[in-house]
Ligand binder design. Sequence first.
Ligand code: SF4
Length: 360
Amino acid sequence: MLVHICCSVDSHFFLEKLQKDFPQEKLTGFFYDPNIHPYSEYKLRLLDVERSCKKLGIELIEGEYDYESWLKAVRGLEKEPEKGARCEVCFDKRFLTSAQKALELGEDKITTTLLVSPLKSQEQLKHVGDDFHAKHGVEFIAVDYRSGGGTQDQSRVTKEEQLYRQDYCGCIYGLTMQREQQERLMDEMFSPISGQTLPASIEERLQLYTSRNELEDEGKAYRIVRQKFLNYRQFNVKLISGKKEIVDAHALSYSTLPRKRAQGRIEFAIEDVHYFNREEIKFITLQYFNDFFNTQYQSVRELIFNPPDVKKELQLREHICGFSYDLSPIIVVQHIPDTKLTLHIDAKLYEDTREKLIVL
Ligand code: SF4
């Protein structure tokens, strides 16, 4: 039996139940979810499904990430709410491609973890599945693992197995609407030119869950806990000397300017930290930065495109300001300008939650 899989939270529980209910069947997982955006989130969900299938001894096949074809399929339905017409098309596309795969592999049965999704009508899936059966002879197994306490069991399994729990369905349209309703920044879409792995980003989670899998391979005990913290995203930074000369400048993480713009001059320096006369802004040279980190950056531009990670930047912030939750703008420049300066920083601070991996 080929089992189309959407995510580990739905699949782990579903596959365990199938193994019990169909002991004679050889189950093969098929991860086909081109709806998931961005691609890093797709990789993260796949990583967790791979781990889950490995634990259950089930072979997994990855389908094509044909995102453009998914976009084409839902064209015109972008503004549909969740559970609306776009979701119907999305579910049917994933199911029908999986059914085709079953046919190609010579399987005679197919099912999908979408059956445990509260967003999908089981009748609708059954209708599409039975139609495919009539045309191609691949039987659709429409199990109901939701009712009779199934949903509670699923959530227990999710916790016990420490599965990756995504907090949006998958596509860019659903995510956009969800974040607008929550009045939350859509930080999943950030891909900084610095290449830094940002706090609580999908990339950070990918690293965490990869480390988790390595710990499991080594037989080490661990726990994933969640923690609340103040997150930060930087949209842009611009430093202008005099009337219009742009100066290359790198603002350390957690540099904030509430009114986004400050104008003034550097007034004095203490131990090579240069103090601006507005908004607690501090300037340091690239030399200062290189000395602190023992790095060899030749230019601020090089630093902008390849800075050290956020944790390290926070160490420098703590060194300069005395404590790590200081929010003053700290700006790295090649040389300290002696002209009038205008600094623009567009950045956002917000409450957020992140996972932490604790080795026991
Ligand atoms: S909200 Fe979910 S089911 Fe609906 S179209 Fe987006 S990814 Fe597919």
